[in-house]
Design a protein around this ligand. Sequence first.
Ligand code: FAD
Length: 422
Amino acid sequence: MDKDPIIIVGGGLQGLATANSLLDRGEKVLVLEKEEGVALKTSFANAGQLTPSHSQPWNSVSDILNILKGIGRKDSPMSLKLGSLGNYFGWGIRFILNSFKSKYEANTNSITKLAQHSLKLTKQFREDNAIEYDCSQIGTLKIYRSKKSFDAAIEHCKKLKKMGINSEVLTTTHLIEKEPQLAEIEDQLEGGIYFQDDEVGDAHKFCKELADVVRSKGGRILTNVEIKELLVDQNSIKGVKTDRAEINSEKVIISAGSWSYLLLKGLNLRLPVRPVKGYSLTIETPPLNSMPKLALVDEDIHTAITPFSNSRIRVTAAAELAGFDEEIHEKRVSYLKRMLNSVYPSLYTQLDVDEGKLWFGFRPMSPDGLPFIGETKISGLYLNTGQGHLGWTLAMGSADLCSDIVLENKTAIDSHPYRITR
Ligand SMILES: Cc1cc2nc3c(=O)[nH]c(=O)nc-3n(C[C@H](O)[C@H](O)[C@H](O)COP(=O)(O)OP(=O)(O)OC[C@H]3O[C@@H](n4cnc5c(N)ncnc54)[C@H](O)[C@@H]3O)c2cc1C
């Protein structure tokens, strides 16, 4: 009798990448997604930056201070909604405990390793399948407005170098040579760092291409199907109950992003992954001479700005610990516009920012910044989730690890840092 396909819950970056990876190993897969299409939630309009260079978790001491400063505010880079405190309490304690220097550095190293592995596989996948997703391979920039943050970043680059991440420290003059559109704010900048190996691409377009590849390899993707319950018998997974029917399988992988922990609750499995809301504003750009070439992160205002194929520019910001709050506050919209204006003032005046497409997503964030990849204590039930603010950067590598764990193969990199019982 034919084996049941491996069920993957969630058709975002992680679910689709995992499906592809399992198909490459000769497995049958069925992806179940509750939305009407793939990658319509957090993988839809992110900043699009594939950045092994940017692998620090979001719990440095300064991040934690920023969160505290942002309590109850809508116009700060990081914030905490008081009404949601209960949802983040246990998670928050672990988040703070992971901010200690030794843990923070070890976690950064583990994320960097997975990100490098992932970038290599993303390139390979692109070459093997000739896909198109507004990809740019010219690197990314980080810019600094304070000497303190610039000096700290230069120190961090020395550590990254030891891990094989190349970078170029730029004086303000060199920074402007690299990205002439920054000339207008030259007097506000301390310098920048160029990461030549980073890439940029539209994650939603990538997912649509990935879904086509999955189908072409024989994988099935069903949309408009919501998983209501995970079916377990004698501590082994037996399948899933959807809003339409029960589907049997001896192997189920949860890649349901921020919603993963809700699915596991029914089985008394506690997954410390919580939603951290972020926003983006995407603006069509008419043919302009003044378009920036490079995607950048402005470290001091926690903002990413990404040009896509000379036809769109996307500004991304904010980390709100606010549960699954779907409200879009006017102050957030004006915050995004203000951030874009503060980096590219004259470009800003040429754009129709009011016509920009506003979006928000819930980053599936773990307390230590690392994903959870591996088998749960229920036999046959696996997780590949918790990639947080780096889910695009980590997708292909996480999928590769997850597939090898499911099939009990040797993994390409050490999978221990990402195990569920860490
Ligand atoms: C503002 C912002 C900017 C970002 N920028 C970057 C960046 O530049 N680089 C980077 O690497 N990362 C970035 N990220 C992070 C990245 O987008 C996420 O980590 C990634 O999209 C998460 O992918 P996922 O597959 O885990 O989750 P999702 O994309 O959310 O997919 C999970 C899927 O599961 C489905 N699902 C949930 N519950 C069920 C159920 N019960 N039944 C069926 N289906 C279900 C959902 O509908 C969803 O489609 C950014 C995130 C945000 C919010």
